[in-house]
Design a protein around this ligand. Structure first.
Ligand SMILES: Cc1ncc(COP(=O)(O)O)c(C=O)c1O
Ligand SMILES: [Zn+2]
Length: 388
């Protein structure tokens, strides 16, 4: 076990690692897991990876669980990084890639976060887990909680895709549908959790979902033979995956695996809910709550994110961008990617394509650059989005 402590991402205060914690006890911002990376790098070497299992636990030394018996797994991670030759040719890009996170258990990248969070909750003694969700995090929590023998209490907006509601019910979760947005669901969890004895696994309000999600950064490096791409385009709600990959790059540099060069990180949001894009454009470090949030890409309907400053810091430090696309654009992109590459994307993932087109039109992405689009989930859960 190489975890040394938890560190507040805002004020830097250290917290003890072997305790169930949510936010910083001093300032209420997210906690990040810190490791003894020198110790990790002794057994976790590029060579050692060649003989390890094809899931995200292959990066075991930089994941937080102490006892292997507590790892709750459904085979998540190590998803395909696919060269998108036909789509790239249409756009004039030779090196366009799709990271297909729809092939994870429960059909989205949320499985990565939940395998880590549920494993740690189990290890540290939680019995009842609660989460507000736009849909995919709920499905993932329900599945991993079931696998761990823990209770899952899930709060989703009423208009969450039906498939997400059904999958939670069928994997044994307690489901509550609410009028309002994910932020209202989060408030309900916060209001009830103490009396109910729930541990809150809201994204970035516990330290471990980001640890699971950071493995997307490790995988990209490994799958590209330790050369990071030039540009990463990523559909951003709470931003945990983007923040996680950014953390992974630093960890890999500290272990001597990569240099200091970073990909340009690009956030994509829906025009109907684009708090990070607004803050990026206004030069702000914190994002205002986005009023009247609406988009068919339910995972992007996140009007306020507790990790806003971490997303914005990474975008700026990387020389990246934040781009809003309309629902019409992202739905059309689903069909375009599907027809060109055979991948039925979640609308959130498809949103990366119109964002890329804007970057190309602005000259911000060049034909010889290596670009990765993150398809964060599978389109099969979004039947309502595609039936008019
Ligand atoms: C398919 C999909 N993509 C992207 C997102 C946004 O993810 P994050 O909140 O980690 O930024 C979500 C969140 O629910 C999602 O379900
Ligand atoms: Zn703090």
């Amino acid at each position: 076990m190489n975890v040394t402590h938890l560190e507040c991402a805002a004020c830097g205060l250290h917290h003890e690692a072997r305790r169930l914690l949510n936010l910083c006890l001093q300032c209420g911002k997210p906690l990040l897991v810190r490791y003894d990376l020198k110790a990790a790098a002794i057994s976790l070497t590029k060579d050692s990876l060649k003989s390890r299992g094809c899931d995200l636990w292959r990066y075991r030394e930089v994941l937080p669980v102490e006892n292997d018996e507590n790892v709750v797994s459904l085979g998540e991670g190590f998803t395909p990084l696919l060269h998108a030759g036909r789509l790239g040719a249409k756009l004039g890009l030779r090196q366009l890639y799709l990271k297909d996170e729809g092939q994870n258990p429960t059909q989205s990248f949320k499985a990565r976060g939940m395998t880590a969070a549920v494993s740690m909750a189990k290890e540290l003694g939680a019995r009842k887990l609660a989460v507000p969700s736009a849909g995919n995090a709920a499905g993932a929590l329900a599945a991993y909680a079931a696998r761990a023998g823990l209770e899952a209490h899930i709060f989703m907006p009423k208009d969450t895709p039906r498939a997400n509601v059904i999958e939670c019910e069928q994997t044994g979760a307690h489901v509550t549908l609410m009028d309002g947005l994910i932020t209202d669901c989060g408030a309900e969890v916060a209001r009830r959790k103490e009396a109910e004895g729930w541990f809150d696994v809201s994204t970035l309000k516990e330290p471990y979902r980001i640890e699971g999600k950071k493995t997307m950064g490790y995988e990209l490096a490994e799958q590209f033979d330790w050369q990071l791409p030039d540009v990463i385009i990523y559909p951003t709600g709470g931003g945990t995956g983007l923040i996680g990959m950014w953390k992974a790059f630093d960890e890999m540099e500290q272990m001597g695996w990569i240099g200091s060069k970073r990909p340009r990180m690009v956030t994509v949001q829906a025009a109907g809910c684009a708090p990070i894009v607004r803050a990026f454009e206004a030069g702000k470090r914190f994002a205002d709550e986005f009023p009247n949030a609406h988009t068919t890409a339910s995972g992007l309907r996140v009007p306020r994110a507790i990790g806003d400053f971490l997303i914005l810091d990474a975008l700026r430090a990387s020389g990246g961008a934040a781009i809003a696309v309309t629902d019409e654009e992202l739905l059309e992109a689903t069909r375009e990617i599907g027809a060109a590459e055979g991948i039925f994307c979640a609308p959130e993932g498809a949103a990366c394509l119109p964002a890329l087109k804007k970057l190309i039109a602005d000259g911000a992405v060049k034909p010889d650059e290596r670009v990765v689009l993150f398809n964060t989930g599978s389109g099969v859960k979004y039947v309502e989005s595609f039936s008019s």
